[in-house]
Design a protein around this ligand. Sequence first.
Ligand code: MG
Length: 446
Amino acid sequence: MIGASGLRGIVGEDLNPELVAKFSAAFGQFLGNGLVVVGSDTRPSNQMYRYAVFAGLLSSGCEVVDLGICPTPSLQLMVRNLEAKGGIAITGSHNPPEWNALKFVRPDGLFLYPEEIRRLVRITESKIKRVSWDRIGKVRRDDSAIENHLKKILSLVDQQEIQTRHFKVVIDGCNGAGALITPGLLRKLGCEVIEVNCEPHGYFAHPPEPIPSNLRELSQIVKSEGADLGFSHDADADRVGLVTEKGDILPEDYVLLLVAKFVLSKRKGLVVTNLSTTQALDDLAADFDSRVRRTKVGDIYVARCMRKEKAVIGGEGNGGVIVPEVHYARDGIAAVALILNYLSETGSSLSSLARSLPRYYMVKRKVKVTPGRFPPPREYLKEQFRGARFSFLDGVKIILKEGWIHVRPSGTEPVVRIISEARTREEAESLSRMGMEKVLKVSLEN
Ligand code: MG
């Protein structure tokens, strides 16, 4: 399956090593050869894919730098550091263990743009150029990606101030690549560290996505240990989830809200996020005389817009924060450091910082259908939602006085997502029903 960020599939079914080698060779041709950085999360299937990626890249004349197990943001930073032509991250990210994927990285550390993915696919459909025996490159090992990434993150925060607080922190590494970096970061910041699921073997102790339902064990341990807070990563550590000192599991979008609030308190400027992220971000930006720009859903759109518009902070509501001073990549590890800095600077607890955020309720629905004509005609929508503002950038977003509704067909699967948000749960539910009745149903009748 080809998605916005690369090639993904199920191990032993559609994502076979032949396909992986073919896409890697095509990527080599796409880049025009040169140095390519390769790293992976901890999934047991990565051993098989790693050699297929090497074979493909070498066959098209690339030199390979093998980073071994490595968080995706550390790899993205390494591509720039080594001035490589590109990179391949082998990671199923937050997906269950039977999934895996290749994510293709550009020389500037961003993922391939959707139009570049389409070009890559066209190369795989033609005869890929391979080099002769005497022009095949080498694979060399480089173990400096994590140290390099840590150095960059530590330079952003007030290390001394954080160290004086001696935070007690529980880190749930979810047996993923984050287990290799975040405990070390916390120790450098003077924290007492309690490691949970930090053996990087890829047999995930719970589904590797930092959503509230997967953070229950972390919550229990934070409470029983009397810790100041808890962090949990997905398998490749571009995302993070949070638990307060009381053991409360914070909603996913609080990570972006907290980091944005801290960054804006230092420096006003543009915030970038996607159309489905909470309105709380706009309220918060307004408090600091700043604005929010919205993009299509997908971190590549957010990252691209942030770079173009010189945003000060951005990301998505799923715990993936982009800190431009590090790079234009979602980075769950940088988010950990900034949240600790926010706590140490304010002297507050995480629960009181969370309480100070604007409060909204979001309802997310996923409907398994393939709509006919989407979105429905604009005249019809304007009639149904009088006085509303609309965005047609990605599906349709309807902004009303009481909240908003975003109805968006997925680009990769036959589903439509309906997301709504309002001040109360009842209002959010009612908006969600309006999205079903007045938008989705009509597009199915067409
Ligand atoms: Mg991830």
